[in-house]
Design a protein around this ligand. Structure first.
Ligand code: UD1
Length: 340
């Protein structure tokens, strides 16, 4: 029987999930992956075992399927926590197919919460997003910044999931929940063995940049340069995915030390904003190449500028970012070149 505390990682072969598996194992936990590969690839598991140097237990289950997950849990002995990543995240798709988003994102959380209760799993770490702040009155946001009515079904599911978790904690003395509000995760593992693997045309900026640099996409379009920002393009807080993954470990470790139940939210960002043009130019500089890009129209629904005040996570989780944007953009490019 394994002595180590076991942590279920749903969506553990996805972009943030896979990097978190590596950090969770490094911290001395046993990572158990629940993932049906609908948005990833089975070979990510081999890469995770290569990086981690150990066999990783994986269950091919749909996180909306309580029975499949409970059968898996019945075969495990020491499950202490769940990090729940499994969800859909494409804003545009969510507008076209809201039911899919409510079903997959909120539906799966309801099953995870039932499991946590039934199997007495005390610790839950949930993937949330800075999307909960909408277009903030001031670009720098703390956890006290007002939660805005969502402008997309995707955003609405993140807000609803946060609310549901808060209610679940209020109703259950044992549940300890951490809501992690991600800013913009980029980069890849320094080994270039794992990274972001978009299905089809990427929605997000950095995979679009790397695919353009590789020649998979002809040209990158910058969505608008007439915003009231430093250079007219949107500003975001881009954070290296390995730093983001590390915050999940810190959140778990803090949770394990708590006596009473709680529900706490943390902003996970660097505290520094970068414009789209700054990202493009830094990518060109650190990788010594030229990117083919044009300025296009604004993308409907884009927030003008937002970045994190990460003080709460820095102070309470004892967490801070170790990588720079330059590191992240180098790692993204190494990873892209490593994908067949
Ligand atoms: C988006 C969502 C966010 C979600 C995240 C998940 C919105 C408003 N926000 O973040 O809620 O959590 O995805 O992945 O939709 N850009 C270009 N050209 C491109 C792609 C992007 O100029 O081809 C620009 C965008 O206009 C934006 C920036 O790059 O200013 C970052 O875009 P993206 O990577 O899609 O992230 P967000 O929009 O910040």
């Amino acid at each position: 029987m394994s002595e180590k505390k076991q942590i279920i990682i749903t969506g553990g072969t996805g972009f943030i999930g896979s990097h978190t598996v590596v950090e969770v194992i490094k911290a001395g936990f046993d990572a158990i992956i629940f993932d049906d590969f609908r948005n990833s690839k089975p070979w990510i598991l081999d890469r995770l075992e290569k990086i981690s140097g150990c066999k990783i237990k994986h269950f091919d289950v749909d996180c909306n399927n309580y029975n499949a997950m409970s059968t898996a849990l019945n075969s495990l002995q020491n499950v202490t926590g769940i990090i729940h990543f499994a969800a859909d995240k494409a804003v545009g798709e969510s507008v076209l197919n809201p039911v899919k988003y409510y079903e997959n994102n909120i539906g799966s959380l309801t099953q995870i919460l039932k499991l946590a209760k039934d199997f007495e799993i005390e610790h839950l770490v949930f993937s949330s997003s800075c999307t909960v702040y909408g277009e903030p009155a001031s670009p720098i946001v703390t956890e006290e910044t007002e939660i805005k009515k969502a402008t997309s079904p995707y955003g609405a599911t993140k807000i609803a999931c946060e609310e549901l978790i808060q209610f679940a904690v209020q109703s259950d003395q044992k549940l300890k929940a951490t809501l992690l509000r991600y800013f913009n995760p980029i980069g890849a593992h320094p080994s270039a063995e794992i990274g972001e693997l978009p299905q089809g045309i990427p929605n997000n900026l950095v995979p679009y940049i790397t695919q353009t640099a590789k020649g998979i996409r002809e040209q990158l379009t910058v969505f608008g340069n007439d915003y009231e920002t430093i250079d007219g393009t949107n500003v975001r807080d881009y954070i290296h995915v390995v730093d983001l993954a590390d915050a999940h470990v810190k959140a778990l470790q803090r949770s394990i030390k708590q006596e009473a139940n709680f529900c706490e939210a943390y902003n996970l960002g660097t505290g520094k904003g970068s414009s789209v043009l700054e990202i493009i130019h830094t990518f060109e500089e650190v990788n010594d190449l030229k990117l083919n890009y044009v300025i296009g129209d604004r993308r409907p629904g884009d927030v003008v500028q937002i970045w994190a005040d990460p003080s709460k996570a820095n102070n309470e989780l004892g967490w801070s970012c170790k990588y720079t944007i330059k590191d992240a953009l180098k790692h993204s490019w190494s990873w892209e070149q490593n994908i067949d």
